[in-house]
Design a protein. Structure first.
Length: 473
């Protein structure tokens, strides 16, 4: 999935209200190497498992600190934290509700925003639609503006055969209640009809430049081909189409928005959409900005693969990240999705070079199932878990898309710019993994990280959990 193809996270065996997390003694590390057999690929991130604890993080075990919140949620997918001193968390549930969690861990009985009457009717067995993303305006403390990404049934003006419509909308906090949105303030920013119900993307985030970034999947289905997909090119490579892209817009000017003049396609012509910041994505399921002190900000984006490989990209303005010509570091043939071609182009006819991921892993490693759908996270800049400092924390929905076996990883950048990652193992779990589906990550105002999960395969029941990562006692 973005919800992609199902994500999972495991809860492990509980020790009271805590689960210990340790580091796998045999971490999976993926190091850039010279393939040697595919000259067209040059240097690619090819998976190699290390038999030693090379790159193992120091600092002991980790735990999930289980709150008493998860009975309140069906499918918590996103989390925002106002930097207003209240310690509140705003939790977006896929079913269409944003809940307020107080600093004491209580969930207020009345939601901040309730969109259940507006979103699609969700399939309780599995669905990628619903309320998918939440972002607070950089001036939220003064203007009370927040932005949501959700799906709705297709509008009357949608192309015939559309399966759903993604919508980005702005709301304002009520003037009389800081824990409620005034629904009358809704301002629709963007509407995009989609041919299929999956691959919606859903991430919203404001960059350090003050602009709103929006992740959109390729339109759904499989392979970026078929009904609703640009013939011989795919939506993700079609610059006249917003699907399969990361967009950048200015919500502070224009009606309903304006496009920053520095966007890469502003003067491209030929129908290219000026909103596009980067392209070539299948289903980007979670991106985040890292803004280290005294250094340039960087944008990390995880992109869910089709059948064989998952990837994480460092996204740069105007970059082409390969889909549907590449799946991770592999060549991709949409007509034969399980057999990568031996040779494929690293440059498109328009002159764009396909950017390789910084991290990639196969669904099956050495004949053993490894993962099913990558889940993007954050570079850790908090103070509680020092061993994770400056490491990119991300994960995978689960070894199986049907059995809750989510995985957590911590990636490290070497001095030469190459990356490797190690698995964070659940110490009290027989498998070393969590016992739920990993859906996403959240970050609070102090930079501490939260894990969002559920044990059901779809948006039903009350197994949705929000857990904070803290050091083991």
């Amino acid at each position: 999935m973005g919800l992609g193809r199902g994500l999972e996270l495991a809860r492990g065996e509980e020790r009271g209200d805590l689960q210990a997390l340790g580091l796998d003694r045999r971490p999976a590390a993926f190091l850039p190497v010279d393939d040697g057999q595919r000259p067209d690929h040059g240097r690619a991130c090819l998976p190699h498992r290390l038999d030693r604890a090379q790159g193992r993080l120091a600092g002991g075990d980790y735990v999930f600190q289980h709150s008493d919140l998860h009975p309140r949620f069906q499918t918590a997918l996103d989390l925002a934290a106002p930097a207003d001193g209240t310690g509140r968390l705003l939790v977006a549930d896929q079913v269409g509700v944003i809940w307020v969690v107080t600093s004491a861990g209580a969930v207020l009985p009345t939601p901040l925003l309730d969109l259940r009457a507006s979103i699609d009717t969700l399939n309780p067995a599995y669905d990628e639609r619903g309320l998918l993303g939440l972002a607070l305006h950089p001036s939220f403390n003064s203007n009370g503006k927040l932005y949501v990404f959700h799906t709705t049934p297709p509008s009357e003006d949608a192309p015939p055969g559309s399966a759903t419509e993604v919508r980005v909308a702005e709301y304002r906090i009520s003037a009389t209640d800081p824990n409620r949105v005034d629904p009358a303030t809704e301002r629709v920013i963007l509407r995009i009809a989609k041919p299929q119900a999956n691959h919606n993307g859903g991430q919203l985030a404001f960059g350090p430049d003050g602009f709103l970034y929006i992740a959109l999947g390729d339109g759904g289905g499989a392979g970026d081909v078929g009904f609703g997909h640009t013939a011989d090119l795919g939506n993700a490579q079609d610059l006249t189409n917003l699907l399969g892209k990361i967009l950048r817009i200015d919500v502070n000017s224009g009606t309903p928005y304006s496009v920053p003049r520095s966007n890469p396609l502003v003067d491209r012509g030929g129908g290219a959409r000026a909103e596009i910041y980067a392209y070539g994505f299948r289903n980007p399921w979670r991106f985040s900005f890292d803004t280290p002190p005294g250094a340039a900000a960087r944008l990390f984006a995880a992109d869910v693969g089709q059948a064989l490989m998952e990837e994480v990209n460092l996204v740069e303005i105007g970059g082409n990240y390969g889909w549907n010509r590449k799946e991770g570091t592999l060549c991709f043939d949409p007509q034969n999705m399980l057999v990568p071609p031996d040779v494929c182009l690293d440059e498109m006819p328009d002159g764009s070079v396909l950017r390789p991921p910084i991290l990639a892993y196969r669904h099956v490693e050495g004949g053993v199932a490894f993962g099913s759908a990558v889940v993007g996270g954050f570079v850790y800049r908090g103070s509680t878990v020092t061993a994770l400092s400056k490491r990119y924390v991300f994960g995978d929905y689960g070894v199986s898309a049907l059995v809750p076996t989510g995985r957590l990883f911590a990636a490290t950048e070497a001095g030469d710019g190459t990356w490797s990652f190690a698995e964070l193992a659940v110490a009290d779990s027989a498998t070393g993994r969590m016992t739920g589906f990993l859906l996403g990550f959240g970050r609070d105002a102090a930079g501490e990280l939260y894990v969002l999960s559920r044990t059901q395969t779809g948006p039903t029941g009350t197994t949705g959990a929000v857990d904070r990562i803290v050091p083991a006692p």
